[in-house]
Write a protein that binds this ligand. Structure first.
Ligand code: ADP
Ligand code: MG
Length: 496
């Protein structure tokens, strides 16, 4: 009886901790990986299997995971048997391999799902502010302080508490958080922090979160400015001959946050920006910058500004993955429910929106607002049909992913085990000619490049050569099912 109890406790414990491997399992997984590495070679192994994880085993099925759908499709299409074979060599009973895409969310726990203590701006007690970071100021106090500094308006919704962390923004978020939590006088770890991303991917949200959170104690002053505001502030100061005061004011703050730096224009303002940047950095103050491109691509800026910008930590935020979009939608709906309790969006609708609105965070917000408006005005529940109707234009605006010729060449070369330079070379052996033709065919079908341009990108070939290749593959694909499937898979993976 006793031993039975002990056993079931152990079993339960193992169950809870099933994501951790026992020593045996770990060794076995290592051996399987060793076999796989030997079977496919180091190159293939590190390209496709380095990020494959062991998840567990149930009866005869081994569960493995990879971080992207792309890897999953590829491994299933090309290496399913190999992987199974390597497992069977270790554990003969294994008959199936189940490959899943592990969610980025699991890998990076969303510690912001609950507001962190110092982000929870409760109203300060009688007597107002206190020193010390522990006592968070309320939103109004932060705003007032920020206004005094002449900062750009802050949106109360753009806080860390509402910022969802996923694979595409983990690093940017961690860096921003670190800065927001810093103390006066602490030397910055990276300076400036430079975040870049396309429209609607959360730059402004992250920067404003730094301003809210950084200003929530009395200790430090964080100033959030758009580049435009910086420009006009400076121009106005010049006109009213208070430029010195403006500069002094800027240099008195602890953290300067500048959004949309790509809009900084004009020689004088740029020079002034450069001085301010240098002065702040040299004085050990933190600078945070966001722009829509990396520093090296901001070609209206002078070289020395660019190199100063590139000298800190440059982080890109990638486009929002589907899981992240789903979490953002959920958090938006939760926020809306605070004011409109009757608003409910069923899970299938959320999933539909996350899947189909891939453009950016702004469209996600727009979608939730429309559903909310509809629900408020008509009182009708949110259904899938309603959602499809309401967001049709947001979905349709999606363009298919832009595919680059280099990516096509790389993918095709890897697939056929030749090098990319083979594809561009003048070699005419059969093992190079066919892949080259397929790559040209894909370039024609997946990009908007003209035939002459494609020819140029394939080692300076003539457009008639490209045309010939495209026709050839079109014919072959019509006649040969295996090739058709192969080309189709390549297409899907390039567009994934
Ligand atoms: P950007 O400044 O990069 O153009 P924004 O910061 O204005 O983008 O974000 C656009 C919208 O998407 C905002 O409503 C923002 O709150 C939302 N958003 C973007 N990324 C996230 C995220 N990681 N978590 C929560 N909301 C996000
Ligand atoms: Mg922005």
């Amino acid at each position: 009886m006793q031993s039975h109890q002990a056993n079931s406790t152990t079993a339960m414990h193992q169950d809870e901790e099933s994501h951790r491997m026992s020593g045996n399992e770990n060794d076995r997984w290592k051996r399987v990986k060793g076999r796989l590495r030997a079977a496919v070679g180091e190159d293939v192994y590190s390209s496709w299997f380095a990020r494959m994880d062991y998840e567990g085993v149930e009866s005869n099925t081994v569960r493995l995971s990879v971080p992207t759908k792309f890897l999953k499709t590829w491994i299933q299409a090309h290496y399913a048997d190999r992987v199974l074979g390597c497992w069977q060599a270790e554990v003969s009973e294994v008959t199936h391999i189940e490959l899943t895409v592990r969610s980025s969310i699991r890998a990076t726990p969303m510690r912001d799902a609950k507001p962190p203590a110092n982000d929870d701006r409760k109203p300060a007690g009688v007597g107002g502010r206190t020193d010390g970071r522990g006592d968070a100021r309320n939103g109004a106090a932060v705003l007032a302080a920020h206004d005094v500094l002449g900062g750009s308006p802050l949106d109360p919704r753009l806080t860390f508490a509402n910022f969802v962390v996923g694979r595409s923004n983990t690093l940017a978020h961690a860096a921003a958080r670190q800065i927001a939590d810093g103390r006066r006088g602490e030397p910055p770890m990276f300076n400036p922090l430079y975040v870049h991303a396309g429209v609607g991917l959360g730059k402004t949200h992250l920067l404003q979160a730094v301003a809210w959170s950084g200003n929530s104690g009395d200790e430090r002053r964080v100033l959030y400015l758009t580049a435009e505001k910086f420009m006009y502030g400076f121009v106005a100061a010049l006109k009213s001959q208070t430029a010195i005061a403006f500069k002094e004011a800027l240099r008195a703050i602890d953290v300067l946050v500048i959004d949309d730096l790509q809009f900084l224009q004009g020689k004088t303002t740029q020079a002034e920006f450069c001085h301010t940047l240098n002065a702040l950095i040299d004085a050990g103050r933190q600078v945070v910058i966001a722009a829509d491109k990396p520093p090296t691509d901001l070609d209206t800026l002078e070289d020395r500004v660019r190199s100063r910008l590139a000298g800190g930590l440059v982080v890109e935020m990638a486009s929002l993955g589907e899981e992240l979009r789903l979490e953002i939608l959920k958090s938006r709906v939760a926020a809306a429910r605070l004011h409109h309790a009757g608003f409910a969006v069923p899970q299938p609708v959320l999933e539909y929106l996350a899947k189909s609105i891939t453009n950016n965070g702004r469209d996600l917000e727009g979608a939730v607002n429309r559903l909310l408006a509809h629900n408020k005005l008509t009182g009708q529940p949110v259904t899938l049909e309603l959602a499809e109707r309401e967001v049709r234009d947001l979905v349709r605006r999606q363009e298919p992913k832009r595919v680059m010729i280099e990516d096509i060449q790389r993918m095709v070369a890897r697939h056929y085990n030749v090098s990319r330079s083979d594809l561009l070379s003048s070699r005419r052996t059969a093992n190079v000619v066919r892949p080259r033709q397929i790559a040209m065919y894909l370039a024609k079908h997946l990009t908007l490049r003209s035939l002459p341009e494609i020819g140029r990108r394939f080692g300076g070939r003539d457009h008639t050569t490209v045309l010939h290749a495209v026709r050839k593959i079109e014919t072959l694909v019509g006649a040969n099912l295996t090739l058709a499937n192969e080309v189709d898979l390549l297409k899907r993976m390039l567009q994934d």
